[in-house]
Design a protein around this ligand. Structure first.
Ligand SMILES: NC(=O)c1ccc[n+]([C@@H]2O[C@H](COP(=O)([O-])OP(=O)(O)OC[C@H]3O[C@@H](n4cnc5c(N)ncnc54)[C@H](O)[C@@H]3O)[C@@H](O)[C@H]2O)c1
Length: 350
């Protein structure tokens, strides 16, 4: 598969470029960014562009879009109009309407839309998904999910936390991965009730903290929190409770706990996973090695998504859209005091 990368010189764009070069099924054919010297620096054997029309004239099958969110809608729509598959970073767009237009453009073109929820590939979270699917903890009773960090000091660019560019605050940033993780494990989220607050950082439109209850169509709930005021630092976690056990996945550190019982309240068997090779690799190199590995696995799945293969871990356009609808629904629920009902989107097919 021949792939071009827009925003290739950025922090994430460079990781995407590395993945495409390393994957035997993909070839990097073009890179584009705002300044030629930065594009050339990451081009390897591919062509470098600053002009979007010339970039789109390249003979290729798919485009990876790693720009900030506020410029992505136009890029995604043009890519679909040119007949390319698209893998784009999270959040899909800074507005619900923009995300819906991107999904509509993908459907009209009959091309695959991959949403960059790479945390699905973090081994501790993939383990949670696989354990739940195996049925060993029984029917899901409820989920607890969390994503947080210590807020504005975490960011290198203003666009990362200003709602006009990013869509909003903690719900759109660290929280959006765990919103998606909840849907990935619990199934579609069709009800959202919550409280978003903005009294610490006071960035207009960007919540510091959001506490919510999500429900799937069967009414099974998830207790959710996204935070920019976690003074302990970056952490994401999910716990799934079933009738015969529970499973927890965290990052960082990458860890799992699994408890299984033969019946509710039976003798508990505990299994813990610590991923020492990942901890050592991160200590010797950087946490970025974990991100790059997840982007690489996501790319491999995205290639299969373009072939309309089923049963993938990869997030599709509906996953990208629903995560944004939920990020918008929590502040709406805060304003009205009522839950927000969302229709069941299901999987997105090409
Ligand atoms: N999945 C994750 O874990 C994760 C982590 C961090 C960031 N992200 C997302 O990835 C995206 C990029 O973040 P980043 O940290 O790499 O930002 P960055 O600023 O390092 O990189 C963005 C790049 O896009 C380029 N760019 C901007 N507008 C462009 C345009 N119109 N055309 C072409 N290039 C353009 C910039 O010049 C820059 O090189 C953001 O949406 C962010 O939310 C995802």
């Amino acid at each position: 598969m021949k792939i071009g990368v827009i925003g290739a010189a950025g922090k994430i764009g460079q990781m995407r470029v590395q993945n495409i070069i390393e994957n035997p099924e993909t070839t990097l054919v073009a890179v584009m960014d705002m300044e030629m010297h930065r594009a050339v620096a990451v081009a390897h054997d591919a062509q470098a562009f600053t002009d979007l029309d010339r970039f789109f004239e390249t003979d290729m099958d798919a485009v990876v879009i790693s720009t900030p969110a506020h410029v992505r809608e136009a890029l995604c729509i043009q890519a679909f109009e040119r007949g390319f598959h698209v893998l784009t970073e999270k959040p899909l767009a800074p507005t619900v309407e923009g995300a819906r237009r991107i999904v509509a453009a993908a459907k009209k073109a009959g091309k695959a839309l991959g949403a960059g929820f790479n945390m699905r590939y973090y081994p501790s979270f993939a383990y949670v998904k696989d354990i739940v699917a195996s049925g060993v903890i029984g029917e899901i009773d409820h989920v607890r999910v969390y994503g947080g960090h210590d807020g504005l000091g975490h960011f290198t660019h203003d666009w990362e936390y200003q709602a006009e560019f990013s869509g909003g605050g903690a719900l759109w940033d660290v929280g959006i991965h765990m919103t998606d993780m909840t849907r990935h494990i619990l199934g579609e989220i069709t009800s959202v009730y919550g409280v978003a607050t903005n009294t610490v950082w006071n960035v207009p439109g960007s919540e510091d903290n959001a506490i919510a209850i999500f429900k799937n169509p069967k009414g099974i709930p998830a207790i959710y929190q996204a935070s920019w005021i976690d003074w302990k630092g970056y952490k994401s976690a999910i716990e799934v409770y079933g009738a015969c056990g529970m499973v927890r996945g965290t990052y960082a550190p990458m860890q799992n706990l699994l408890i299984t019982m033969d019946k509710p309240g039976g003798v508990a068997k505990k299994t813990r996973k610590f991923y020492p090779e990942i901890m050592l690799r991160e200590k010797l190199k950087s946490w970025k090695t974990t991100a790059v590995a997840s982007f690489g696995a996501e790319l491999a799945d995205f290639v299969r998504l373009t072939r309309a293969e089923a049963g993938l871990r990869c997030a599709d356009g509906h996953a990208g859209l629903r995560a944004i609808e939920i990020a918008a629904a929590v502040p709406e629920s805060t304003r009205t005091g009522n839950p927000v009902t969302l229709k069941n989107l299901g999987d997105m097919t090409i």
